[in-house]
Write a protein that binds this ligand. Structure first.
Ligand SMILES: [Zn+2]
Length: 440
């Protein structure tokens, strides 16, 4: 057994969805708290005095001032190959793919390039306090090999997959129904459940896969019950029209995926901004998941996601950055934009609901709530030390905040990577703001 370490600071974590249990029962907060970690797991948590009284007297205690410990952020939708094309000007979805994304993804045929970008990407996640993500590769098997190799080295709990795409993209980025199937299968065999790595079958979106390929994707899901599926859905109105013209025999966009057996409790659909009523119902019935990607939806001019509408249909929702359609790796910035999107629709996003979405809600979306998502005893110890005084403005504003919720809201509106003081993965510190990534 590795030796236990106690971390003493204010501690806040999410316990349940405020939409289900109300705000008061949705979290735990210890103004002077202690988190005890051993063997990569949470061993104890609670008010400092009580926890320290029941732990050995010689327990090592690390103390933080003006900091807040919480569980690591969970990003339910992001593209690692788009790291170096974030902030590309002037287009909406379909032109943006053709003009920027596809040429960038071509570079990942080179394994060395893929390894370099995977390193940059994972370091950027750690700098932003993201400890788990659901990640797209490119069509190249090597891109996902490179990604998992780097992620496994850092022992990060990641879900990723090779893009399946056999039409409506440049020749240099196409696979076939057969090669998409066999490459995905080989990656599942090699990486799924290896350490903390998990695999997601990844058809890019309905327009870039033939019926044969979507059917092969469904076959993979039928063969492996605990692999994931990730794709895009109803992001942009032109895209929806295109899907209708490509699959006229189906009732609509979601029905295309449904027909090929791609819905279910481990199926994550990014965006879902423009769903029909019947599609919302089907999402709920099939227990499928939506990744809400605020910065991307604003940046690409896609539309406004209606969160309460999905809650009515009991659809699990997580937050996604969708880099490089999204403009920030920071889940704090992502929350700030999620808040504004709800405001534009006369909905409120309470800071505790936002915390839930970025942590436990993300874990539930990815069916990882028994492993990560909060700091309950026995969970894997992925956690953050947030700096409430990260900038002079934040410090001044915090001093003018009257309670926990105000503090949390200020952190979410003004915070970004500067507010992440330390990031811990499976009990080990992997990032310190003042030193950078900790070598692996
Ligand atoms: Zn995306």
């Amino acid at each position: 057994m590795t030796h236990a370490i106690a971390y003493r600071a204010a501690i806040l974590h999410s316990l349940a969805d405020p939409a289900k249990v109300g705000l008061d029962a949705s979290y735990a907060y210890y103004e002077d708290g202690v988190l005890v970690v051993a063997d990569g797991h949470v061993r104890d948590i609670g008010p400092a005095e009580a926890v320290l009284a029941r732990q050995p007297a010689d327990l090592e205690v690390i103390r933080f001032d003006n900091k807040l410990i919480t569980s690591g952020f969970i990003d339910t939708h992001i593209h690692f190959p788009q790291t170096e094309m974030i902030a590309s000007y002037g287009e909406q979805l379909l032109d943006w793919l053709n003009n920027y994304t596809f040429p960038e993804e071509r570079k990942f045929v080179d394994a060395a390039h893929a390894a370099r970008v995977a390193t940059l990407f994972l370091d950027e996640l750690l700098r932003n306090g993201t400890t788990t993500a659901m990640v797209f590769g490119t069509v190249h098997k090597a891109s996902v090999e490179a990604f998992f190799t780097e992620s496994d080295k850092r022992n990060m709990r990641m879900i990723a997959g090779k893009v399946m795409m056999d039409r409506h993209a440049p020749d240099y980025l196409l696979d076939t129904p057969e090669s998409g199937y066999t490459d995905s299968k080989a990656l599942i065999e090699r990486w799924h459940n290896k350490g903390r790595q998990l695999y997601a079958v990844t058809p890019r979106f309905a327009p870039t896969s033939t019926a044969e390929q979507l059917s092969a994707a469904g076959r993979l899901l039928a063969e492996y019950d605990d692999v994931y599926m990730q794709t895009h859905l109803s992001e942009n109105k032109q895209e929806i029209e295109w899907v209708r013209s490509l699959f006229p025999e189906r009732k609509g966009y979601l029905d295309v995926y449904d027909h090929f057996g791609l819905l279910g409790e481990r199926s994550v659909f990014a965006h879902a901004v423009h769903l029909e009523q019947e599609e919302c119902e089907r999402m709920g019935e099939s227990d499928s998941v939506i990744s809400f990607c605020p910065t991307s939806n604003l940046f690409l001019g896609s539309g406004l996601f209606d969160l309460p509408r999905m809650e009515e249909h009991q659809v699990r929702v997580g937050l996604g950055t969708d880099v490089g359609g999204g403009t920030s790796f920071s889940m704090l910035q992502t929350i700030a934009e999620a808040y504004k999107i709800q405001q534009l629709q006369q909905h409120k996003l309470h800071p505790l609901k936002a915390l839930y979405l970025a942590t436990l809600g993300g874990a539930r979306a990815l069916r990882l709530e028994n492993k990560v998502g909060n700091l309950e005893v026995g969970k894997e110890a992925d956690f953050l030390v947030l700096d409430l005084h990260a900038t002079p403005l934040m410090k001044a504003r915090m001093n003018n905040a009257h309670n926990l919720f105000e503090q949390l809201f200020v952190l979410m509106m003004l915070g970004d990577d500067r507010a992440i003081a330390e990031t811990y993965i499976y009990g080990d510190c992997r990032y310190r703001r003042d030193q950078g990534p900790v070598a692996v």
